[in-house]
Design a protein around this ligand. Structure first.
Ligand code: HEM
Length: 121
C-alpha cells in the first residue's frame, strides 16, 4: 500500500518548515512574554538555523550548523512559562500551515530532549 508519510514530509519538507518558522517569528515578535529576549537577534540567521534544526530533528536531509543549545541560551534565564510560550507558538504556526495534530505532537516530542539545555538546568 501507500507508505506512511514521514514527520519531515508531514511538515512540508524544508520549504514547509521554513514557512512554519517564519510564522513562528511573527508570533514571537507579538508576544510580550518573550519578545524582549529576541532584541538584536540576527533574524535571517535565526530563521535559517531553526529551520535546519527542525528539518534535522524531523528526519529531513538537513544538518544544523548553529551553536549548541546550552551555550546559546545560557545567559537568557528562560522560564518554564517562556519555554511553553514558544512551544505553543510553534504548535499554532504548524496548525496555520495545515500540519496534522499527530505530526505537531511528534515534532514537539522531539524538542523535549533540548529542554534542560534551553532552560540551563
Ligand atoms: C523549543 C524551544 C526552543 C528551541 C528549539 C530553540 C532553538 C534555537 C535555535 C536553533 C537557535 C539558534 C538560532 C541562531 O543561530 O540564531 C536559538 C537561538 C535563540 N533562542 Fe532559542 N530555542 C528555543 C527556546 C527559546 C526560548 C523560550 C527563548 C526565549 C524566550 C529563546 C531565545 C533565543 C534567542 C534570543 C536566540 C538567539 C541567540 C543569539 O543569537 O545569540 N529560545 N534557539
Amino acid at each position: 500500500g501507500t507508505p506512511e508519510p514521514t514527520l519531515y514530509q508531514q511538515l512540508g519538507e524544508r520549504q514547509g518548515i521554513a514557512r512554519i518558522v517564519e510564522d513562528l517569528l511573527y508570533r514571537i515578535v507579538e508576544d510580550d512574554r518573550i519578545n524582549h529576549q529576541f532584541k538584536g537577534v540576527n533574524v535571517a540567521q535565526f530563521h535559517r538555523n531553526l529551520t535546519d534544526q527542525l528539518c534535522e530533528l524531523s528526519g529531513g536531509p538537513c544538518t544544523y550548523t548553529g551553536r549548541e543549545m546550552r551555550e546559546l541560551h545560557a545567559d537568557m534565564a528562560i522560564t518554564d512559562t517562556q519555554f511553553n510560550a514558544l512551544a505553543e507558538h510553534l504548535i499554532l504556526a504548524m496548525e496555520e500551515n495545515d500540519v496534522p495534530t499527530g505530526a505537531q505532537n511528534r515534532m514537539i516530542k522531539r524538542l523535549v530532549p533540548l529542554y534542560p539545555d534551553i532552560r540551563n538546568l
